[in-house]
Write a protein that binds this ligand. Sequence first.
Ligand code: ATR
Length: 270
Amino acid sequence: PDQYRVFGNPIEHSRSPDIHHIFAEKSQQSIDYQKQLVDIEDFSNAVSGFIHQGGKGANVTVPFKEQALIIADELTERASLAGAVNTLSFREGKIFGDNTDGEGLVQDLIANNVILKQSRILLLGAGGAARGVLLPLLAQTPHSIVVANRTVSKAEILCQHFADKRLSACGFQDLEQQQFDVIINATSASLSGSLPPIPISLISQNVVCYDMVYGKDLTPFLRWAKENGAIKVIDGLGMLVGQAAVSFEVWRGIAPEVRSVIDSLRASLK
Ligand code: ATR
């Protein structure tokens, strides 16, 4: 079988090998996908070693996505604009870098019947997670995307980087008089059990709230949104499976079915 890896630190809890093996089984592809813990200093050696062994591709997770961008010989536009690579392909003696996170998010939003065309999107956060999804979101032709961040200057720099008229930056307190169709939490606040301080006036029956983080229970942001009347709240489990599906397609040329994989992962969350 063709060999794939996911490189990260930590890596123990990665679900990527399970997800890719299910994709492979369902699409009758023969692959071997393993996780590999890599020392912080050792990323490029780990990649070279794997290429030497005949590896065909790799996923890259925290904290190596920026290093993966640097070692790639060629980048897709979405990886280059994301400033990070989560998918490497090894062929023709070269390293190709791509980023499937944003497409994974977009596909999950679409699978949940969220309309993006002409919608007003609020993106919370201006770190790597937010940057990674901006180009694929813009490609869905929204009316506008407002990037709101605790540190406003970071949101401003991010927007300047993309130079798109539909994009603007602000702080959380500037959101008071505004209305959106879709709110996407790309801050890491959920990981520490907190939520970005956005005004309650943003939440209505018509707004869809999405958190890139997932867990057995609703994240603090989604719980807060639901308690305040949001009809549709979606966590990031579908984005996790979605980015894996897009990576699988990059490598194998086949788009795997994701719904059943999301459902079985959901059932196994502890
Ligand atoms: P990631 O790669 O997950 O995006 P990051 O680049 O460190 O991680 O970015 C974290 C993002 O979450 C930032 O936008 C950060 O806001 P600041 O730029 O002001 O630091 C945001 N963030 C983290 N904890 C937060 C909290 N408790 N409330 C609001 N925003 C928070």
